[in-house]
Design a protein around this ligand. Structure first.
Ligand code: UD1
Ligand code: CA
Length: 470
């Protein structure tokens, strides 16, 4: 029955993202608030795109510039393939007004799925099932509904004897009888556009704010004798609307729990799901283990048999198989080769590339550093703007002096270089392969291959200088 993943000709999605989001009490448009590492609008676009509409319209209004920019820059990152058209709602007077203004877009298609910009828990299978039920019903429109224990705040679904919808009653319009209805409007609708066109301009201002409610279109359609099908959502979790910070936190928790369930189903061990934070865009290979207190964010990709955490923070990194990231390490925008070991307490800043079996240990910081296979930066070092060969040993406390107050300079160490403890490498500087640097040196000049460089004052011993006088 699923038509999932097949292109639906003449079918578009329209996302309503123009509202004021007053209850969020925020400077940011509601749709840009993040849940599980992706803005709410990103979740909606991803699910909408996955059911293969011909095009997706997004109507923005409140803080339109910010919303437009986020959708424009985000679409590629979220892997959206359908053409996305963004347009501005001129009058911010309700969901019905938003659809009126979207009609030049919607009118080009024969069917439209209308989604609110604030339901990040929807999924592609949910939408696909909804579409299949609509297509099978022969109705002029369908509404995704849900049974909820506390319907307060949602539009209530009123049906006729045959189970078709005759009206949606908004919270502010309920009377004692309709207030008791526990089947609610999810805010997801499918219309045949021919039918929608006949009623959309006949909406009257409604409610305390005199807004145009999209939900009033339902009453008008039913009044004209058209059938509107109610399609129950398989679980009310899918339709949670985010109107407040409390609901945002609920949505975040549900999304994260869902992501962790998926990872565990795919063979990842999560020691304590309640204390593990993994963004939706992350992937992790089989038999990897994630310890508590760990945040894995953005588009991070982790291979098989990795051990991560506890208390690590990894954003937009690529980790090959068999990598170990130990206690309290932070990794950003870097690539870590097979079998590497990092931490405890390491900081890998953007632009690092570690080849296989490299080690970075306690209190070492790396930035824009390439570290060759099997090389070690085990203790208390800062390695920035550096290219380090394979089999290199960096002694404790080594610092690349990469900044001269004006520009950044590069340090290059060849294969098998040995750097003694507490060395300063004043960049730009090159130490060729196999060379040794004596501990405590400040290296300002290039060192040739296989040489020993010592750059420190010779020790002077003044005998008896502090001898106690009788
Ligand atoms: C809406 C429905 C309600 C449903 C609930 C589900 C209406 C009138 N009511 O209520 O029946 O149970 O969603 O979550 O639609 N928007 C615009 N432009 C505007 C106003 C709103 O684009 O001028 C957008 C908002 O950004 C939002 C959507 O329309 O994405 C719904 O608006 P919202 O204020 O959240 O409606 P609810 O009160 O939640
Ligand atoms: Ca809402």
């Amino acid at each position: 029955m699923f038509i999932y993943m097949t292109k639906k000709n003449g079918f578009c999605v329209q996302i309503l993202a123009g509202g004021l989001g007053t209850r969020m009490k925020s400077e940011l448009p509601k749709v840009l608030h993040e849940a599980a590492g992706i803005p709410i609008i990103g979740h909606i676009l991803r699910a909408a795109d996955a059911i293969k509409p011909e095009a997706i319209g997004v109507i923005v209004g409140h803080k339109a510039g910010l919303a437009r920019q986020a959708v424009e820059t985000g679409s590629a990152k979220w892997g959206i393939t359908a053409p996305v058209e963004i347009f501005l709602q001129q009058q911010l007077t309700g969901s019905g007004r938003a659809v009126q203004e979207a009609m030049p877009f919607i009118g080009r298609f024969s069917e439209v799925l209308i989604l609110c910009g604030d339901t990040p828990l929807l999924t592609a299978p949910l939408l696909d099932g909804f579409y299949a039920a609509f297509a099978g019903s022969g109705a002029a429109a369908a509404i995704l509904t849900a049974q909820v224990p506390d319907p307060h705040g949602y539009g209530r679904i009123v049906k006729d004897r045959d189970g078709f919808i005759t009206a949606i009653v908004e919270q502010t319009e309920t009377d004692a009888e309709t207030a008791r209805i526990t089947e609610i409007n999810s805010g997801m609708y499918i219309f045949r556009t021919e039918a929608l066109k006949t009623v959309i301009n006949r909406l009257e201002p409604n409610g305390p704010k005199r807004e145009f409610y999209l939900t009033d279109a339902v009453r008008l359609l039913a009044g004209a004798g058209l059938k509107i099908a109610a399609v129950p959502a398989p679980d009310r979790e899918f339709i949670l609307g985010v109107n407040s910070r409390l609901q945002l936190a609920e949505a975040e928790q549900l999304l994260r729990a869902r992501k962790l369930r998926e990872l565990m189903a795919d063979g990842v061990t999560v020691k304590n799901p309640a204390a593990t934070y993994i963004d939706e865009g992350v992937s992790i290979g089989r038999d990897s283990v994630v310890f508590p207190g760990t945040h894995i964010c953005g588009g991070t990709v982790i291979g098989k048999n990795c051990m991560i955490g506890p208390n690590c923070h990894i954003t937009d990194c690529e980790l090959a198989d068999g990598v170990e990231i130990k206690f309290s390490s932070v990794l950003l925008e870097s690539r870590i080769g097979q079998g590497c070991s990092i931490g405890p307490f390491s900081h890998i800043r953007p632009g690092c590339e570690l080849a296989q079996n490299a080690h970075v240990g306690n209190f070492s910081e790396l930035k824009k550093a390439k570290i060759g296979a099997g090389s070690k930066v085990n203790h208390l070092s800062y390695i920035g703007d550096a290219e380090i060969g394979s089999g290199v040993n960096i002694g404790a406390g080594t610092i690349t002096c990469n900044y001269d107050g004006v520009g950044k300079h590069k340090t290059v160490l060849g294969d098998r270089v040995f750097v003694g403890s507490n060395t300063n490498l004043v960049a730009p500087v090159t130490v060729a392969e196999g060379a040794h640097i004596a501990a405590g040196s400040t290296i300002t000049d290039d060192v040739p291959a296989e040489a020993l460089a010592i750059a420190r004052a010779r020790q002077v011993v003044k005998e008896g200088r502090y001898k106690k006088r009788p």
